[in-house]
Design a protein around this ligand. Sequence first.
Ligand SMILES: C[S@@+](CC[C@H](N)C(=O)[O-])C[C@H]1O[C@@H](n2cnc3c(N)ncnc32)[C@H](O)[C@@H]1O
Length: 284
Amino acid sequence: MKENRPSETAQRVAMQRAAHQLLDDPKVLDDPVALRIIGKERAVALQADPRQYETTPLASYLRAFVAARSRYAEDEIALGLRRGVRQYVILGAGLDTFAYRNPYPEGTLHVFEVDHPATQAWKRGRLDEAGMTLPGDLTFAPIDFETQTLQQGLQDAGYDLGKGTFFSWLGVTEYLTTEAMMTTLRFIASALKGSGIVFDYMISPSLLTPAQRERFDALSRRVKSAGEPWQAFFAPEVLTRDLRAMGFGHVEDMGPEEINARYFKDRKDRLRVGSLSHLMNAQV
Ligand SMILES: C[S@@+](CC[C@H](N)C(=O)[O-])C[C@H]1O[C@@H](n2cnc3c(N)ncnc32)[C@H](O)[C@@H]1O
C-alpha cells in the first residue's frame, strides 16, 4: 500500500459489490449497505451508469468473485455459529459492510474489523459521512500485518482467546509477504476448536496456462499501478499441506468450478467467476 494512504483496491472492490446490487439478478450477495458505503457522489454516478466498470471482459468475473467470496464467508459464519463461534474477525476489512447489517441478535456475534490504520481511519470517516451508527457488536482493531502481530492487535482490542472465532481474509493475502501471511495463519490455527478461516489467494503464475497468464498479468498491472502489488502466490496442494501442518484439521480448497456450481448455477445472465479464483476454508 502507498505509505499512510488508504487502500485504493478497497474502494475498487466495494464498487464491485455495489455494482452487483444494481446489475445482477438474482444477487449472490444481498448487501443493502453496499451503495451507502462507497460515498454519496459515487453511488449517484453508479446508479446513473451501473455498467461504468464493465470496461473489459474481465470485469464481470471480478464482480462475481468479489460477491461470491463475501457470500461464502457469510455462509460459513452461519455454520460456525452452530459450532460455537461467537466472534467474527474481518481481516483487511476495507469497506466490508457485514458489521452494519449483522443479522444475528445483539450479543450473539461480536465483530472485529482489522485493517491497516490508514484504511481504517478512512473507512470510519466514510461511515460518519454516511450517517451510519456504529453497532454495539463492533470493535475496530488497526493493525499493519507487516509490522504488528494479529495476536497483539486483537488482544489490545479486547478479543477473547477463550471464544470460538471465525476469520475472513478477502482480497488481502496476495498483497502481503508470504511471511506475514503465514504468521497470521499460525495464530489462527491456535484458536479454540471450532474456529476457522475463509480466505482467497492467488495461484502461482507458473501454474497458469498462457491465456490465464494473460489475464493474471492484466490484473496484476492494475493493482500495481494502485501502489498495491501482488506479492504472495501459492499452489493449492502446497498451501493445503502447509495449513494442515499448522494444525488446521479440516482444509478445503474451492476452485472456479466449485464456486460456479455452488453460487452461479443455471443463471440466465451467465454471471460466473473466472479461472483464477480460489477460496480456502480451514477449520481448527
Ligand atoms: C482489496 S482490499 C479488500 C478489502 C475487503 N476485504 C473487501 O473484500 O472489500 C485489500 C485490503 O487489505 C488491507 N491491507 C493491505 N495490506 C495490509 C497490511 N499490510 N496490513 C493490514 N491491512 C492491509 C487494505 O487496507 C485493504 O483494506
